[in-house]
Write a new protein. Structure first.
Length: 181
């Protein structure tokens, strides 16, 4: 009698079978992996966007300085279509109507993936700045027909590496003519 009661109580128990447990674990695993992949994708896109924006900022900042100085210069000397780039101009002496003012010289060079700007006025050092980081050696410049063309590439490494290239073409000013009285 006891045996029959025991069998009856065992057969009446409600629970999950092994197949049901395996199916529920598989469904949970699929949902969890989809969530993890979505989160990883968000972080990956975020890092790539951050790197791209940093590269764009570096290149555009450098081109801003070069553009400003190139518009002032009437003598542009790139070294064999590459850096260093030397820009020179004289200040106009309004009282004497000539170019006897101070001579400005700005030299741009790439040193250890940084774009360096050195400015002198009449031979005296005025500024020695790093104006952009992560600038690639593939960057170059050329000067023909009074037009300075500069191609700069910023390369940001890391988890999601990015290369960003921008070009600048600026016409340098002609050397001023001295007006006769």
């Amino acid at each position: 009698m006891k045996r029959l009661k025991l069998r009856a109580s065992i057969s009446n128990q409600k629970g999950f079978t092994l197949v049901e447990l395996l199916v529920s674990v598989a469904i949970t695993a699929v949902i969890s992996s989809a969530i993890v992949m979505s989160v990883a994708q968000v972080f990956s896109v975020s890092i790539a966007s951050k790197n791209r924006m940093e590269a764009v900022k570096q290149v555009e900042n450098a081109l801003h300085y070069i553009d400003r100085d190139a518009q002032m210069a009437y003598n542009v000397v790139p070294t064999s279509n590459d850096f260093p780039l030397v820009l020179t101009w004289n200040e106009w002496n309004v009282a004497d109507n000539d170019l006897t003012g101070s001579q400005h010289q700005v030299t741009y060079s790439i040193v250890s993936d940084k774009l360096q700007r050195i400015e002198t006025i009449s031979g005296n050092l005025v500024a020695n700045n790093i104006i952009a980081n992560d600038i690639s050696d593939a960057s170059n410049c050329s000067y023909a027909n009074s037009v300075l063309t500069v191609n700069l590439t910023a390369s940001i490494g890391g988890f999601k590496p990015v290369n960003e290239t921008r070009s600048l073409a600026v016409k340098s000013r002609p050397e001023p003519l001295v007006l006769s009285p």
